[in-house]
Design a protein around this ligand. Structure first.
Ligand code: ADP
Ligand code: MG
Length: 401
């Protein structure tokens, strides 16, 4: 199911052509609307630069925030167009609307190699409802379609799916291609042993991933808040730790399934407890059989880190989704940081390390280890759905190789 890539289109195919490129520019901003992390903008540069150098007219489409189908002045893409302009070292024109007269006339005035950014596509409710008339209007601006917005590929929206019905060819940009190569590659044809480290807060948000990974992985290491649901299901006391009472049976089932499939499912042997959910709470390290009443587990303990390191040491591919503890509080970031350091060392030895999930990526970046990993996904939700084995509509709609 390999998808056709932008690399298959030459200057001859693209020179003078209007190319609609869906990008993921949904960057974090502060109260002053200043961009605090431009990773997603930088991640689209290989695609944009390639199109510019092949003489295409590059028409970028993106969403920003949740304007709920209405124009919202604070969610305009102006700061993004300015940052993109700096990064490209060339002027980027921004339209006031993604469709209509302004967009049409701006595109008509483009020279080969020009870059235009269309205003927030989610200012129209027709984007998220994937209205065919809206998709047709958007696509009337262009000849060719490139989807480089991996972070939005799990949505069947007009700019990610609808436009492919009107534009041909429809191909994957370089970021999209790289994301699929790593994430899809890791589950379809990994170098083994393949391990998944799954953490985060809740079992409920990771059920799909855990079930799907049970069929693919040799080892699954579980950390984060969800471990207490597994412990409680085993009959252990968990104090005030996060527990999903309605998922106890499921936790048992997952352990049984893993045993049946011969997958090593590893839970932490010790945890770091806190007497309060706060950065300055009292803390102590205990064995999982001795969790105190009134205390809550906010991180995995040092013995667990050791066990996890041992289990990972012979792995050739490791996928990590979800932090090991409440890494936002320094006191409870050790488990997460230790796993990040372990993966960085494994990468050096040739292991393929893949980080997916918004908070896991943030944790690795906070630890200053992002550059050490084989792949850091730009799409939290999309990477989760891919690991769950779901079809991403924005990918499915692209031309086959
Ligand atoms: P990702 O975005 O990487 O997929 P999630 O969103 O599933 O990760 O989970 C991240 C959150 O899980 C973090 O905010 C972290 O504080 C929380 N978390 C991790 N361990 C615990 C715990 N033991 N108790 C409560 N929350 C936890
Ligand atoms: Mg998250």
């Amino acid at each position: 199911m390999a998808k056709r890539s932008l690399s298959s289109l030459s200057s001859e195919d693209l020179s003078g052509k209007r190319v609609l490129v869906r990008v993921d520019f949904n960057v974090p901003v502060n109260e002053q609307s200043l961009i605090t992390d431009d990773t997603r903008i930088r991640a689209a540069l290989p695609t944009i630069n390639d199109l510019v150098s092949k003489g295409a007219k590059v028409i970028l489409s993106a969403h920003f925030g949740r304007p709920k189908g209405k124009v919202n002045e604070s969610m305009r893409l102006t700061p993004v167009s300015e940052r993109l302009s700096q990064l490209l070292g060339k002027k980027v024109l921004k339209t006031d609307s993604c469709i209509g007269d302004d967009a049409q006339s701006t595109v008509q005035s483009m020279a080969n190699g020009d870059v235009v950014l269309l205003e927030n596509v989610r200012f129209f409710s027709e984007e998220e409802s994937n209205d065919p008339r809206f998709a047709k209007k958007l696509s009337s601006l262009a000849d060719v379609y490139v989807n480089d917005a991996f972070g939005a590929a799990h949505r069947s929206h007009a700019s990610t799916e609808g436009v492919t019905k009107y534009l041909s060819p429809s191909v994957a940009g370089y970021l999209m291609q790289k994301e699929l190569q790593y994430l899809q590659g890791a589950i379809d044809a990994p170098k083994r042993p393949l391990a998944a480290i799954v953490g985060g807060s809740k079992v409920s948000s990771k059920i799909g991933v855990l079930e799907s990974l049970l069929d693919k992985c040799d080892k699954i290491l579980i950390g984060g808040g969800m471990i207490f649901t597994f412990y409680k299901a085993r009959g252990l006391s968990v104090g005030k730790s996060l527990v999903e009472e309605d998922k106890l049976e499921l936790a048992n089932e997952l352990e049984t399934k893993a045993a049946e499939k011969g997958v090593q499912l590893l839970l932490p042997s010790d945890v770091v407890l806190a007497d309060d959910f706060s950065p300055n709470s009292n803390s102590k390290i205990v064995d999982i059989n001795s969790i105190n009443e009134g205390w809550m587990g906010l991180d995995i303990g040092p013995n667990s880190v050791n066990d996890f390191q041992k289990a990972l040491s012979d792995c050739q591919t490791v996928i990590w989704n979800g932090p090991m503890g409440v890494f936002e509080f320094e006191k409870f970031a050790n488990g997460t940081n230790a796993i990040a350091t372990t993966l960085a060392a494994l990468s050096k030895k040739g292991c393929c390390t893949i980080i997916g999930g918004g908070d896991s990526v943030a944790a690795v970046e906070k630890a200053g280890l992002a550059d050490e990993m084989s792949h850091i996904s730009t799409g939290g939700g999309a990477s989760l759905e891919l690991l769950e084995g779901k079809v991403l509509p924005g990918v499915a709609a692209l031309d086959e190789e």
